[in-house]
Design a protein around this ligand. Sequence first.
Ligand code: F6R
Length: 610
Amino acid sequence: MCGIVAAVAQRDCAEILIEGLRRLEYRGYDSAGITVVERAGEMCRHRQVGKVEMLASALAAAPLHGGTGIAHTRWATHGEPSEANAHPHHSSHIAVVHNGIIENHEQLREELQAKGYHFVSQTDTEVIAHLIADLHPQSDSLTQAVQQAVARLQGAYGMVVLDAKNPDEIVVARSGSPIVIGLGLGENFVASDQLALLPVTRRFIYLEEGDIATINRRDITIYDQQGAVITRDEVEASGQTDSADKGGFRHYMEKEIHEQPEAVANTLAGRLDANHIGLDTLSPDAKKALLAAEHIQIIACGTSYNAGLVARYWFESIAGVSCDVEIASEFRYRDFVVRPNSLLITLSQSGETADTLAALRLAKAKGYMAALSICNVPGSSLVRESDMHLMTRAGAEIGVASTKAFTTQLALLLLLVTLVARDKARLSPAQEQQLVEQLHRLPELLKQVLAIAPQITALAPDFADKHHALFLGRGEFYPIAVEAALKLKEISYIHAEAYAAGELKHGPLALVDSDMPVIVIAPNNELLEKLKSNIEEVRARGGQLYVFANESAGFVSDEGMTVVTLPDCDAMLAPLVYTLPMQLLAYDVALIKGTDVDQPRNLAKSVTVE
Ligand code: F6R
């Protein structure tokens, strides 16, 4: 989704801004632009539809010199991807880049047009540029003009504003869309994601909701929502944050699939000893809330939601605690009933997903006993706004299709569930010790699973020419089927659906013919016999079956059925194990189809708008 990079530097900033945009490419975008103040009062701009590299070429052909500049990658919301709609937007000597959506842009546009402002784009952002240009002459400073302008805006924004007549400072504002300030020596930077600034600094200040900051080369002054000067903590980026290279893999997604053994090991590190599960990073209060919860409400979007669906099976069957899971965009617009002593858990890789954040804010106001976030990005909005958090520690996930974020969420959720189950005496010390032993072996087990990659590659051509695919599972493997279908559709553009296998005969069986591959997740568990009946239903209709099972499930490949054998494992770990081949399959099919695996069309990594 949209990305922002800005600088007030002592040196030419264009290259720094372009490198920052490159590092934000993974978020998904369709156009890019840059404005640099070349001399006081004179700003120059390049904008391009398409990749950042095209903007870099335009810049190489006509370089921009100057230490103060703003740059942006745009993911179209209001108006098609076009040069005119790309940011920065200018009005007189004011330039603006903006992430988010201004909901009252039509009304403001009419108002500004009546005052004689001429609009050249279809974007909501252009109203911000004109509004600030309109307010600036009567204000004491650019900061004051921005303060007055944001008071008129409804919606979400992270923005950077510059005044070409005063190139020594930039002003930034945050409401609903993240902004981080990068601290340099005699120069300062701004971005929507710290990853963009790691080549120039590792020291950061995150703005809070409603903050506005004036930034020059040496000083940063931050004002809170009420306009009072306020101090925000400085944080240092950890060593592992910057993993933005492909490490010899063809795509970030491939790299991230293969990183899962290590990522899961990081998730578990320090949270297990030889016999026990401990979540010592949770404060005593947080643990108390978790153990006191009589109901758990999980809220998330996309892949994170699918992890929540698995956790629901676990919370209810292992820990004996009732659990609901809901998509954030539905939850936030529904009149819901808060059950007594309910704990809210939000799941998110990025911690910036607009719907999940809005749902968290709403839920806090509605009286959940506490809000716990499970997240991958330290310092993200979700982490900062929740009462307590647990980090998944998967490392930076760059591929738009989420992989290691999912399995690390599952690993962490499993620890939570086990902690609650132990507290409720539903897990004996011997059972806990057995699970702990298995968890210690989990990274090795995941490596073993990844070793079947060549087998999956060999299957991929069967799918590449298909238009549809059906995934089936039962119990906690139904959400794994849902996640598998999501992976296939988002990166290979093949229409894929997942069904709880028992639902097959209630409709989807009508779709089954020899052109419809049916992928079944079939570990040997108490539902296997039921699943075998569903498999027979497909076979009887000439469907092509691909069954992923362990050896003891007893499947044998034959004409209508290809069996992929996975290692035996503890039932609680199996959802993680069966996820990996699904990710590999989606990846291999996308490779054959030649899609843009890391940045699939129309999608963004961090969905910071509704
Ligand atoms: C799918 C995918 C998305 C995200 C969803 C939520 O592969 O990546 O469905 O899972 O946008 O994002 P987070 O987890 O950052 O809240």
